[in-house]
Design a protein around this ligand. Structure first.
Ligand code: NAD
Ligand code: UGA
Length: 434
């Protein structure tokens, strides 16, 4: 059992903290957001993540998990402090490290015992060394016995607990092997392969992994667009490709492109790093361009099928979160399409099973609806942006009657095109050869 402090209680920090508590460690989760911590102390989850509430409750009861805004309390007995704060996109796509800096400085000000500082946030290559410098400089002459370890996180929102508890691998990077090994012991119960490497390599593994996954999606989306022109079906193409063990099936679902809090900012940050260090990130640039155009293609299609202009048209959008099973709307494809539609003079109605609270803040110009049917009512087209289970089996006869024009854009290839065309809909999928 170790004493751990996790700084930042967002998707990553909260999941990391509660899972380590569940594995038997004593964990203090810390955040500067008082509202978030107050909620957590009342058992209210600040984010929607399946399975999170039960595991938080269980570990609060067994007195292994604590939430606080006070750095001194959280770090008092901590042997290991995880930094899991946000690293959003800053100027020119460069990762904004102000929250990491702040966390590192505060650790240096508060701690007076040996400690391992673990970077779990996704940070540019070289950040581990930078954090070490910040801690040393903040202490000045009063030396602190500390090590820095990079431990990038690979969980996905919507399946975060399962991903954390059953990782494909754990990556640890440090210049001090002993520190990395101590952190690796926290993960031993998970029985996953553990790769110990140097700091910079660990930091790069995270960016390279996200950029590669984003590349696969942009690749299949480009193939989808070619399929549309040539009358082939990208779903079958992906299946046929995926059966090759060297290729595999995952991350080959064509759609509206990748969104979320990480792929967009991480691909941008990696490209920025490359440019800064005299490399030309041509592939990354193409991966981003294809992703942007994937949203635009939907708007182009709608414009074309609705008579050449979207001005005055009403469009319903199903799914506002960036993927199913999360309320996270950061860089959600649906949101980007909505902004394009609004710019062209359309009115937009929207619905999401979990993201309505966030949508009220993020999309003040659209009409938020109670369900898919209200979203369809009086609309000139219905766009499926996120493939929530709830949207799989709609009563399409009802939808047909509710729509003003029976146009469906299935941005995630979720629906049965033959059945829907049979009902009289004008149906568009992605890369289905239409
Ligand atoms: P988030 O925005 O959901 O949460 C960050 C939290 O940190 C916020 O609650 C914020 O109040 C808190 N915070 C900021 N500064 C702080 C400080 N000085 N002290 C204490 N708390 C502070 O972020 P997230 O989605 O959990 O991402 C965190 C990091 O993990 C990012 O670098 C991200 O790229 C990476 N990551 C995210 C995911 C994911 O699925 N979201 C997966 C893997 C890696
Ligand atoms: C992604 C990675 O999968 C995680 O390993 C990583 O830890 C995380 O980013 C991160 O660094 O934050 P996440 O963003 O939660 O996780 O979600 P994904 O399931 O990867 O989906 C990302 C986006 O790609 C979504 O918009 C999704 O709709 C889209 N996607 C995914 C596709 O369009 N097609 C696919 O085949 C797969």
């Amino acid at each position: 059992m170790s004493n751990i402090c996790v700084i930042g209680t967002g998707y990553v920090g909260l999941v990391t903290g509660v899972c380590f508590a569940d594995l038997g460690n004593q964990v203090f989760c810390l955040d500067i957001n008082k509202d978030r911590i107050d909620k957590l102390n009342q058992g209210i989850m600040p984010i929607y993540e399946p399975g999170l509430e039960e595991i938080v409750e269980r570990n609060i009861k067994s007195k292994r998990l604590f939430f606080t805004t006070d750095y001194e309390t959280a770090l008092k007995d901590a042997e290991i402090a995880f930094i899991a704060v946000g690293t959003p996109s800053g100027v020119d796509g460069e990762a904004d490290l102000q929250y990491v800096r702040n966390a590192a400085e505060t650790i240096a000000q508060v701690v007076d015992h040996p400690i391992i500082v673990v970077n779990k946030s996704t940070v540019p290559v070289g950040t581990g060394d930078w954090v070490a410098d910040i801690i040393s400089q903040t202490r000045d002459s009063k030396k602190l016995d500390f090590s820095v370890v990079s431990n990038p996180e690979f969980l996905r929102e919507g399946s975060a607990i399962g991903d954390f508890m059953n990782p494909d691998r754990v990556v640890l990077g440090s210049l001090e092997r002993e520190a990395a090994e101590k952190v690796s012991r926290l993960y031993e119960p998970l029985r996953a392969p553990i790769l110990i490497t140097d700091l910079r390599t660990a930091e790069m593994i995270k960016y390279a992994s996200n950029a590669f996954l984003a590349t696969r999606i942009s690749f299949i989306n480009e193939i989808a667009n070619i399929c549309d022109e040539l009358g082939a079906d990208v779903r079958e193409v992906a299946k046929g490709m995926g059966l090759d063990k060297r290729i595999g099936h995952s991350f080959l679902d064509a759609g509206l492109g990748w969104g979320g809090s990480c792929f967009p900012k991480d691909v941008k940050a990696l490209a920025h790093m490359a440019v800064l260090h005299n490399s030309q990130p041509q592939l990354l640039q193409a991966v981003m361009d294809i992703n942007r155009n994937q949203r635009r293609r939907v708007v182009y299609r709608l414009r074309k099928v609705l008579g050449g202009s979207l001005n005055g048209k009403v469009i319903g959008v199903l799914g506002l979160s960036f993927k199913p099973n999360t309320d996270d709307m950061r860089e959600a494809p649906g949101t980007e399409i909505i902004h394009l539609l609004l710019n062209e003079g359309a009115s937009v109605k929207g619905y999401d099973p979990q993201a309505m609270e966030n949508a009220a803040k993020e999309l003040p110009k659209i009409q938020l609806c109670d369900d898919p049917y209200q979203t369809a009512e009086g609309a000139d087209a219905l766009v499926l942006a996120t493939e929530w289970n709830e949207f799989k089996q709609l009563d399409f006869e009802k939808v047909y009657k509710l729509l003003r024009t029976p146009v469906l854009v299935d941005g995630r290839n979720l629906w049965d095109s033959q059945y829907l065309r049979g009902l009289g809909f004008t149906y568009f999928g992605i890369g289905q050869g239409n």
